[in-house]
Design a protein. Structure first.
Length: 61
């Protein structure tokens, strides 16, 4: 038996449901098994770890 396919209606319903919950959608993944995954986005900027720091010491220094 072949794997179920995700139809356009299933994908659209998943996206609309995520938006209705107030999620910011970063990515939609449709797997071979027919599952649809919604990856949420936080909407926040990523802050670099080494902001305003000197470069870390290198091995042997």
């Amino acid at each position: 038996m072949p794997a179920p396919r995700a139809t356009k209606a299933v994908i659209t319903n998943a996206i609309e449901a995520a938006k209705a919950c107030g999620m910011l959608i970063a990515e939609v993944i449709v797997d071979k098994d027919g599952s649809v995954r919604i990856i949420a986005d936080s909407g926040q900027k990523v802050i670099p770890l080494h902001q305003n720091r000197a470069e870390p010491r290198r091995f042997g220094q």
